[in-house]
Ligand binder design. Structure first.
Ligand code: DC
Length: 208
């Protein structure tokens, strides 16, 4: 069974994807980490993030086994990722790995922006997770505060709005719900309620 979880930054899709994967005993891939790692490698080699040649080289040489780097989780890494993610050659280079991950025996859960539309258009269930931008910024802000990271709510909200705009307006695989995706707005739901709602949507889709 392949489950696609898409949605904008800080919508809660990552947490939902992991919990859904645990429930069904499936492997889970956070595809945002792939783009974050490409951006990190481009910058580490001293190139501009919008340098298509350098970004393609970084995507081709990426080792997906090395995505545990905590530096990939920062707001700066997310912003940089959304810049390399606009480059069609980068997206094409990361596609085979993502599709291979999805094709494991038993299936997988993948979360990102284009899983339901491009990576796994034939997924058994697709959920597009949204939440109002102010709610997403507040959740992220509290997360960073808990880790004592020096950020302000205003900076996080600005980052989220900038990334939403960049991810949704790019030509190549823009962020958007697949026509057959179920929409899940988590603005007024806590994580338990969001999880229950997501499980209900998936069960209905797969006829359980
Ligand atoms: O999900 P995330 O915040 O870790 O993603 C970081 C950036 O990577 C996001 O702003 C756009 C890009 N991305 C993408 O273009 N396609 C995906 N499937 C996942 C992430």
């Amino acid at each position: 069974m392949i489950i696609a979880i898409d949605g904008p930054a800080a919508s809660g899709k990552g947490t939902l994807a992991k919990r859904i994967a645990d429930l069904w005993g499936l492997p889970c891939l956070d595809t945002g980490l792939l783009y974050r790692a490409v951006a990190r490698d481009v910058a580490a080699r001293g190139f501009r993030l919008d340098d298509a040649w350098a970004a393609l080289a970084a995507a081709r040489s990426l080792d997906p086994a090395e995505l545990a780097d905590p530096d990939l989780r920062t707001p700066q890494a997310g912003d940089a990722a959304s810049i390399v993610a606009r480059i069609p050659q980068v997206r094409a280079a990361l596609l085979a790995y993502q599709r291979g991950f999805a094709a494991q025996p038993g299936g997988a859960v993948l979360d990102g922006r284009d899983i339901g539309t491009v990576v796994c258009p034939g997924a058994d269930a697709k959920i597009y997770v949204t939440a109002r931008s102010e709610v997403r910024a507040k959740r992220r802000f509290l997360e960073y505060m808990a880790r004592s990271e020096p950020v302000t709510y205003e900076a996080i909200l600005a980052d989220i709005l900038r990334r939403d705009e960049r991810d949704a307006s790019r030509d190549s695989a823009p962020m958007r719900p697949a026509p057959d995706a179920d929409l899940l707005d988590t603005s007024d739901l806590d994580i338990e309620a969001a999880f229950d709602a997501a499980v209900g949507l998936i069960k209905r889709k797969i006829g359980q």
